[in-house]
Design a protein around this ligand. Structure first.
Ligand code: SF4
Length: 323
């Protein structure tokens, strides 16, 4: 693997809960609880888990859209968590985000030109005269839209087209890393494939690095070289996409994988239906967070939290079954 562009170390985000007459902090939501991973330059790391597992919060903490409670985020040798506002603004050129909801993430009052141009102006990349508009037209064409679209408003586009506008906005500043926060979850299945293909083409063309967040494994299967599986604020397994899809080493990864449809009808896979919901992140279960829902749980799992440790070269998992 090439050098890591992004290194996240023991990232923690606890959201305080206020209560009582004096609005004191009475508890915390343990959204992200000691997450560590690396993304190599040019790589796509899939980050997968059910809603509320902390994956989007992790992505936002990396960009400091949400301030982490603790931990380190190293990008090209600099700890992002220690940068002042000015340095952080400059670094935003290199790290961009594509949001889940293309309907909510674009300002409905702005034209496409203004939406994409905003980033160019903020970072002093607008150029002179016709350069500004030419650059926006170029970006629109790069994401499969047309130059004449620049005078239109977001409501005049379909969901897939709006997501393309969001991608053009992220590309405008020529970033190195893009956090793709469930970029296709709100789209029809047929459109999802088109957007994923576009992201793959752009990665090849511009040498982009992606942290690709999704709630199911089928979406990240083709785009990711490696996949990290998250459960209740913690990473439970990281493996190459191939290893994870063929031999998952954590019962939660196994359950997620069992829900992925197989195109070949002659291959049968037993569906593992997890009982119950994801536990409350205010008061996560003791021991292994997954034990109340794990079909393979043992007595030990209720009291002893498994460590995320290397079980094969380039592969880590947090489960006592791998001891
Ligand atoms: Fe299941 Fe125990 Fe492994 Fe947790 S440590 S995933 S409860 S077997």
């Amino acid at each position: 693997m090439s050098t890591a562009l992004l290194r996240v170390k023991n990232l923690v985000k606890h959201f305080p809960i206020h209560g009582g007459l004096l609005s004191r902090v009475v508890d915390h939501v343990h959204a992200v609880d000691g997450v560590s991973f690396e993304v190599a330059a040019g790589e796509t790391l899939g980050l997968v888990g059910e809603s509320g597992c902390g994956k989007s919060t992790t992505g936002r903490c990396v960009l400091r859209l949400i301030e982490p409670t603790a931990g380190e985020v190293w990008f090209e040798g600099r700890d992002v968590t220690r940068l002042d506002k000015r340095s952080m603004r400059a670094l935003c050129r290199d790290m961009q985000i594509i949001f889940q909801d293309p309907y909510a993430s674009l300002n409905p009052r702005l034209t496409v030109e203004a939406i994409i141009g905003e980033a160019l102006i903020i970072h002093g990349l607008a150029g002179k005269g016709s350069e500004y508009r030419d650059r926006i037209v170029d970006l629109l064409e790069t994401v499969g839209l047309r130059g004449e679209h620049l005078r239109r408003f977001p409501h005049e586009f379909s969901g897939g087209q709006r997501q393309r506008i969001g991608i053009a906005r992220a590309l405008a500043v020529s970033p190195k890393l893009i956090i793709c926060d469930e970029p296709v979850s709100a789209l029809d299945v047929s459109i999802q494939a088109q957007v994923v293909n576009l992201l793959e083409d752009l990665q090849e063309k511009f040498g982009l690095t992606y942290l690709f967040i999704a709630h199911d494994l089928s979406v990240v299967e083709h785009i990711s070289q490696r996949v990290a599986v998250m459960y209740l604020g913690r990473i439970v397994e990281i493996a190459s996409a191939r290893d994870l899809y063929t031999t998952p080493k954590h019962p939660y990864s196994e359950a997620l994988l069992s829900a992925v449809p197989i195109p070949d009808p002659t291959i049968k896979r037993r569906r593992i239906v997890l009982q119950g919901d994801v536990p409350n992140p205010i008061n996560p279960p003791k021991g292994c967070h997954f034990h109340p829902r794990c079909p393979k749980a043992m007595e030990r799992c209720k009291v002893e939290a498994p460590l995320l440790r290397e079980i094969a070269p380039g592969r880590v998992a947090a489960c006592h079954l791998n001891d």
